[in-house]
Design a protein around this ligand. Structure first.
Ligand SMILES: Cc1ncc(COP(=O)(O)O)c(C=O)c1O
Length: 393
């Protein structure tokens, strides 16, 4: 059965954080908003995944669970097929989420006061985790030139050379700017970190959502010399819309890093997955590929819609379609509002809930992030409202 991404699902009734009016009220000061903010999709997960969960539920017993070899085989096959990355079962370490893993990695591998590099504007929980764990945020701001984002390698190297810098959190592909880093860019980052003994946490949660086939490169797979320096984080949560199941995994080849990471899990007694999430993960990686390809096609169509709406109706906006993710990063600085004013206008006049650019740290002022993983009708409605609020049409 072909997935129907046009299907309108009433998520208000599904206890969704994204759609809940109380949550919207707390976050945005308005309850009646069209929500295109937090990064989950308004689409049903692949039928095979839903079926697998239903089968699990039909057992009626939900004790402590483990999964057989098929679970691991499906994950390993996925990486081999999609990224030509041969991983071994014992490199996989379960984590309830990628953000939890960032926190555990900081606790396992970074001392209080040590520096952690991030590249703003970037997914804001990184900064929060660094601060919450008593470490120091070291920003290597991305350079925005002619509508595209580049890495400032000189600045990166200077910051990596500081002996108190211990970790680099790479966002690959990058949320919110949508870049898929080129092989040469990744290699150069990896080499600078290697030379300066900086570990890398490579957050690749969006790496299945890349619009050009084969464009994404897994940093850890570029060269065996990175084996001891890179921890990769991935998950089926963004790919298959399973974020609420709290299931992600790290891929760590180096035994000492793995041991130190696992120690933190052990101290906190973290490690068990639910039988339902494991059934979903196994089915997603085993049977979800055709659904993902159909999703990417649909998302490309949504991107075209944003592109044409911007060209036709938002003359002062700049938009470079993302190379990956279902998140569009729109430059509205020419409208002349401060970051806060812009976000208020989108909330109060457009009545749309978006992640504001200011949330993503330096370089985010005057931008908005649109989550376009929704039926085209919803996207059109949100874009019409944004156009009205900015252009008064
Ligand atoms: C780059 C990035 N990392 C991590 C996450 C969240 O991951 P999790 O829900 O597994 O903590 C997101 C969600 O939007 C994200 O964009």
């Amino acid at each position: 059965m072909k997935p129907d991404f046009d299907k309108m699902i009433d998520r208000k009734e599904s206890k969704s954080i994204k759609w809940d009016s109380k949550v919207l009220g707390e976050m945005f000061g308005e309850e009646d908003l069209l929500p295109l903010w937090v990064a989950d999709m308004d689409f049903e997960a692949p039928k095979e995944v839903v079926d697998a969960m239903q089968e699990e539920v039909s057992h009626g017993v939900f004790g402590y669970s483990k999964r057989g070899e098929q679970y691991y085989e499906n994950i390993l096959r996925w990486y081999k097929k999609r990224f030509d990355w041969e991983i071994k079962k014992d490199w996989l370490v379960f984590t309830p989420g990628v953000v939890s893993a960032v926190n555990y990695v900081l606790q396992a591998l970074v001392e209080q006061g040590q520096g952690v590099i991030i590249q703003e504007p970037v997914y804001y929980p990184f900064k929060k985790a660094i601060k919450n764990n008593g470490c120091r945020v070291v920003n290597n701001p991305l350079k925005y030139q002619q509508g595209t984002y580049e890495i400032d390698f000189e600045d990166f190297e200077k910051k990596a050379k500081d002996p108190s810098t211990k970790l680099f959190i790479l966002c690959s592909p990058h949320n919110p700017v949508g870049r898929v880093w080129k092989k040469e860019e990744l290699r150069r980052l990896g080499e600078i970190c290697l030379e300066n003994d900086v570990l890398i946490f490579s957050d690749e949660i969006h790496h299945d959502l890349v619009f050009e086939k084969g464009a994404h490169h897994v940093l850890a797979n570029l060269d065996s010399k990175f084996d001891d320096h890179v921890i990769t984080a991935t998950a089926p949560s963004k790919t298959f819309n399973l974020a609420g199941l709290m299931s992600a995994h790290l891929i760590i080849k180096n035994d000492s890093l793995k041991r130190r990471y696992r120690r933190i899990l052990e101290i906190n007694h973290i490690g068990k997955q639910t039988p339902i999430s494991m059934a979903a993960v196994e089915a997603a990686y085993g049977k979800g590929e055709p659904w993902l390809e159909a999703l990417l096609d649909y998302l490309r169509g949504n991107l075209d819609l944003i592109d044409s709406m911007v060209k036709d109706h938002l003359p002062r906006a700049k938009f470079t379609p993302p190379e990956a993710t279902y998140l569009a990063w729109l430059d509205l600085r020419e409208y002349g509002f401060s970051g806060k004013e812009l976000e208020e206008r989108i909330t109060k006049e457009a009545k749309v809930a978006l992640d504001g650019g200011t949330w993503f740290g330096s370089g985010g002022d005057g931008f908005i992030r649109i989550n376009f993983a929704c039926p085209r009708k919803t996207l059109q409605k949100a874009l019409d409202r944004i156009v009205n609020a900015l252009e008064g049409k």
